[in-house]
Design a protein around this ligand. Structure first.
Ligand SMILES: [Zn+2]
Length: 228
C-alpha cells in the first residue's frame, strides 16, 4: 500500500549511548526498524551478496556468486536460469518496501498463474502455456502450509506496532516494556548515568546496507553503523 511513499524508506530510532566507552547500549525502535531487521533473515543469500556487492564480501561466497555469473549458459540445465540464484525473487510479506530493496525491482508477491485449461503453473503473467499457447495470466490463489488464508493487517510486516522495541548493539531484540530501567543500567554495568546520552538517528538506504554488512562482522552493529 505505502510501498512507494517516501516515508517507507526512512526509519528513525533513539540510541542510548555511553559516551565514555563510545558505544551504543541499545536503541529504542519502532515496528518499522524491527520489521527491517527480521526481514534481513528472509533474504536469499544471493540477494545479500548482490546488495553488499560481491567484492566486499568476507569469505568465499562472493567467488561463488561470480562463478555462476560468468559460467556460460550452455552448461546450465535448460529449465534453470542463472537469475534464480543471481537475482532471487523475494517474497513480499506485505510490509512497506524494505529499505535495502527500495531501489531494486526484485520484490515479488507470492503469486501464481495458469491458462485456466491446462495443468501448468507459472510465477510470471507473461508465461505462455505450452499446450494452448495462451498467456498464463489467470491468478490462482496461493494457500500457505496450514491451509488457512491469513489476511495481513493494514500495517503489514512481521511485528505488531503497539509497543516500542529495544534493540541491543548485538541485535538482540525484545519488547521494551518488559525491562525496567534499573535492570538495564545494571545489565550494562553503567556506573555514571551522566555519561549516557540519547541521540535520534535515521536509517536510510545507506545505513541499511551498512547494518546488513556489519551484522555479519561484529557484535557491535549499532555502534559501528551510527557512531563511526
Ligand atoms: Zn493452456
Amino acid at each position: 500500500m505505502a510501498a512507494s511513499s517516501p516515508d517507507s524508506t526512512k526509519v528513525s530510532l533513539k540510541l542510548l549511548i555511553d559516551t565514555k566507552s563510545k558505544k551504543v547500549l541499545f536503541a529504542e525502535a519502532s515496528k518499522e526498524f524491527v520489521d527491517f531487521l527480521f526481514y534481513i533473515l528472509s533474504l536469499p543469500v544471493g540477494t545479500v551478496i548482490k546488495l553488499l556487492s560481491r567484492d566486499s564480501m568476507v569469505g568465499s561466497l562472493g567467488n561463488l556468486y561470480h562463478s555462476i555469473d560468468k559460467l556460460n549458459h550452455t552448461y546450465m540445465q535448460p529449465n534453470q536460469s542463472k537469475d534464480v540464484v543471481l537475482n532471487p525473487k523475494i517474497t513480499d510479506f506485505g510490509a512497506p518496501v524494505p529499505l535495502l530493496l527500495a531501489n531494486d525491482g526484485v520484490l515479488m508477491a507470492r503469486k501464481f498463474y495458469t491458462c485456466r485449461s491446462h495443468n501448468y503453473v507459472a510465477d510470471d503473467k507473461t508465461a505462455v502455456c505450452p499446450s494452448c499457447n495462451n498467456y498464463m495470466n489467470t491468478d490462482i490463489p496461493y494457500v500457505a502450509g496450514g491451509g488457512e488464508v491469513k489476511e495481513a493487517t493494514e500495517s503489514g510486516g512481521f511485528v505488531k506496532g503497539v509497543v516500542t522495541y529495544m534493540v541491543m548493539d548485538d541485535l538482540v531484540v525484545e519488547p521494551m516494556s518488559t525491562i525496567s530501567s534499573i535492570t538495564l543500567l545494571n545489565k550494562f554495568n553503567v556506573k555514571e548515568v551522566g555519561a549516557l546520552e540519547e541521540k535520534m538517528v535515521s536509517l536510510e538506504m545507506e545505513e541499511g546496507l551498512m547494518l546488513l554488512k556489519a551484522s555479519f562482522e561484529t557484535k557491535n552493529v549499532l555502534t559501528r553503523v551510527f557512531l563511526s
